[in-house]
Design a protein around this ligand. Structure first.
Ligand code: UFG
Length: 334
């Protein structure tokens, strides 16, 4: 039987596909290649190009494949864009989930692992953030994902579709052999932007705000390696296959690093000066986000292999150096 990975050509999805294949799973991938890259998909996976909102297309995939469970990564995830284009997020992310659950139900597929986010919590009430804390998103991206969690809850009650929502904190890094990695256009995330400066593609890093109530005034985030994140999805799928109930888990390292600390770590890893300047705050940035991730460690038996940010940055730097232009496929697929 196959595991169906939606969004399997994206940054996190492609690493999950790669780990599934490495662990001997039979894998089918769906991706519309709007932000994903065909070259990121492990060639041992069967690939279907199409959109999660297209039920005729999804029905054909579910007819063709014998699917034991679904891992769903297909979503837009840029917070500032979601503030400007909220309907794009509710359409693709939230309506996409409705479409997928309908097709799953029609085909009697009853297990789904899904990418949720720390953005569902909004401005945290306490640090570290626990799974039971209030979820009050401060942007449409987080709202679209919270709605997806709620839709899954009701689909579980009505149809018995069991789900695991994995609430990611800040993901970074690349497969250590440098064969797949992060390639967004435009890039908005801290680690790849720092490495673009290190590689000479940008003149300097702008650090958004140094007047936050943190150790050095810059935002603090909790970084987790993309391969560790990918592995958590496989553990979550196995957890559902073992007959457990629907649940939600934070995925983070439980350690916070400030933006300035990340810059220093990258200077050390790359040996480059990486010029930086202070810039105004970016709208919607919470001051500090750190996960309580003991639930995933205890219940799913998740054991992240990367426990320091320098090692995480080193894998991203390896990818950057071997793929200075990413997958270099913008003409081919866009
Ligand atoms: N930052 C800079 N300069 C840059 C880019 C980022 O200073 O050029 C700062 C941001 O202001 C923030 C930190 O680096 O303080 C991390 O920013 P990212 O954009 O890398 O990540 P976010 O924490 O904003 O967002 C991540 C995911 C989202 C998810 C969110 C959860 O990318 O999808 O965590 O809150 F919603």
């Amino acid at each position: 039987m196959a595991v169906l990975v939606l969004g399997g050509a994206g940054y996190i999805g492609s690493h999950a596909v790669d780990r599934l294949i490495a662990k001997g799973y039979d894998v089918a991938v769906v991706d519309n290649l709007v932000t994903g890259h065909r070259a990121a998909v492990n060639p041992k996976a069967r690939f279907y190009q199409g959109d999660v909102r297209d039920q005729d297309f999804l029905n054909r995939v579910f007819d063709q494949e014998d699917i034991e469970g679904v891992i769903h990564f297909a979503a837009f995830s840029v917070v500032p864009e979601s503030m400007e284009k909220p309907l794009k997020y509710f359409d693709n992310n939230t309506a996409g989930m409705v479409s997928l659950l309908e097709v799953m139900n029609q085909h009697n597929v009853k297990k789904i692992v899904f990418s949720s986010t720390a953005a569902t919590y909004g401005e945290p009430k306490q640090i570290p953030i626990k799974e039971t804390d209030p979820q009050i998103p401060t942007n449409p991206y987080g709202e679209s994902k919270l709605m997806m969690e709620k839709i899954m809850h009701w689909a579980d009650l009505a149809y018995g579709i069991k789900f695991i929502a994995l609430r990611y904190f800040n993901v970074a890094g690349a497969k250590p052999d440098g064969s797949i990695g992060e390639d967004h256009h435009p890039e908005t995330h801290l680690v790849p932007i720092i490495l673009q400066v290190a590689a000479g593609e940008r003149d300097e890093l702008s650090i958004f705000g140094d007047d936050y109530p943190t150790k050095d005034g810059t935002n603090v985030r909790d970084y987790v390696h993309v391969v560790d994140l990918a592995d958590a999805h496989i553990l979550a799928l196995e957890y559902l296959k073992a007959g457990h109930d629907s649940d939600a888990f934070n995925l983070g390292s439980s350690t916070g690093f400030s933006n300035k600390e990340m810059l220093e770590a990258a200077r050390k890893v790359t040996g480059k000066p990486i010029p930086a300047k202070m810039a105004p705050r970016r709208a919607g940035d919470p001051s500090t986000l750190i996960a309580a991730s003991d639930k995933a460690r205890k219940v799913l038996n998740w054991k992240p292999q990367f426990d320091n940010v320098e090692d995480i940055i080193a894998t991203a730097w390896n990818w950057k150096q071997t793929h200075p232009e990413g997958y270099n496929d913008r003409q081919a697929t866009k």
